[in-house]
Design a protein around this ligand. Structure first.
Ligand SMILES: [Zn+2]
Ligand SMILES: [Zn+2]
Length: 150
């Protein structure tokens, strides 16, 4: 049995929480983060719903995140862009950024399981989140420019 099989529910979907746990058992260099990519449908618990389907999940802060393209595949021309946005969003969580309600174009918006949020989003952090990230990562002034440019 592969370790990831422990995350498989009877429904055939995978628990993102258990997948994160599997990823955390992998060896990695100090300070490195692990991004898991899967084509399987993943879920987490949300309030009373035990299998709430999601695009991705990341520890906040933490060193592991997981992203699935299962719910994004049907948006053919947009899929790559959406997956990239979810990846950046989950890495944002790993870096300690919570969900953002300051700007609907910010990468850290809560997708709330709907695709509408992904349509608004740009590969961009709003000034509020950007400031938080810089403060948390303690990025020196001369490097901040490099972070903002692209
Ligand atoms: Zn999130
Ligand atoms: Zn924001």
């Amino acid at each position: 049995m592969r370790i990831y099989d422990t995350a498989r529910a009877a429904s055939g979907r995978y628990s993102a929480d258990i997948l994160l746990h599997c990823l955390s058992s992998l060896r990695r260099a100090q300070g490195h983060k692990i991004l898991g990519l899967t084509t399987c449908d993943i879920f987490t618990r949300k309030n009373d719903i035990s299998q709430w389907g999601i695009f991705g999940l990341g520890r906040c802060p933490g060193d592991q995140c997981i992203v699935s393209d299962f719910r994004l595949r049907k948006f053919k021309g947009k899929m790559q862009e959406f997956v990239t946005n979810v990846v950046l969003h989950e890495i944002g969580h790993n870096c300690g950024l919570p969900h953002c309600s300051h700007d609907d174009k910010c990468l850290m918006n809560d997708a709330k399981g709907t695709i509408a949020t992904l349509y608004h989003e740009q590969k961009w952090l709003c000034p509020h989140c950007r400031q938080r990230l810089v403060a948390m990562l303690r990025i020196p002034g001369d490097m901040q420019l490099a972070l903002y440019e692209k």
